[in-house]
Design a protein around this ligand. Sequence first.
Ligand SMILES: [Zn+2]
Length: 275
Amino acid sequence: MSYGIYPRGVTTTERALREEFVRVGQLMHSRNYVAATDGNISARLDDDRFLVTPSGLSKGFMTPDQMVVIDWDAKPVGMGAYGPHRYGAARDLRPSSEIYLHLEAYRQRPDIRAVVHAHPPTAVALSIAGISMARCLLPEVIVTLGLIPTTEYAMPASPEGATVIRDLIKNHDAIILQRHGSVTVGSSPFDAYLKLEKVEHTAEITLRLLQIGQEQPFPPGAVGQLVARRQDQGLMLPGQFEEIQSACNVCGLSTHCPLPERQPRPISSGSSLRI
Ligand SMILES: [Zn+2]
């Protein structure tokens, strides 16, 4: 007996995730966050298995039965104790070549359920220019993501690709892979996708700021309010408080600190916007 395209044994949760992968892949493709066969999506199925997008397919044209189930060693899980999880269109497909990056994120973050990796063009361009996105620019980004740091360069799909995210992913939900792309993590594939949208939107605003040529700091006390909101929502990860305080150049995140410099500051290749 089968359930539509799914054989017996595929849970409702797995079916829903497969369909969510398709929708998120279409969004990534339509929003130009990936080109050709770039990018990948993964999600936890249980303690030992992950659902991942296959290698070599456009994310805009996937079908639910093309997703692959793997274990912690990135090996496809086939017939056996877990049931028939390689079937239909996935039978001859391999997991994404960048899956080690995803598995590293799950190792470091037991709290996350999904990972999205993409190549958002403006964010990647900024990283190639050496321009950091770990900046105090947008209030909603400070509340929802904190800062967006950039990793060291690593060759895509190499073991180093997993190594360079190891420390940063522990206390960030969105990071930039230098000259390569982005990694966003969350409670679901769609949640991780929304963080990708936020990353590229932030990159576009950063680029326009560079074109305009000057920026104003937050008013006194404003960053403290944003940090408090992030804490109230239970979003603050270890080390982020100090990191935001330093990046925003505020004293103790209090309204009693000296007024920050309000003169327009040119931002250039030599400014603190550098990575
Ligand atoms: Zn990539």
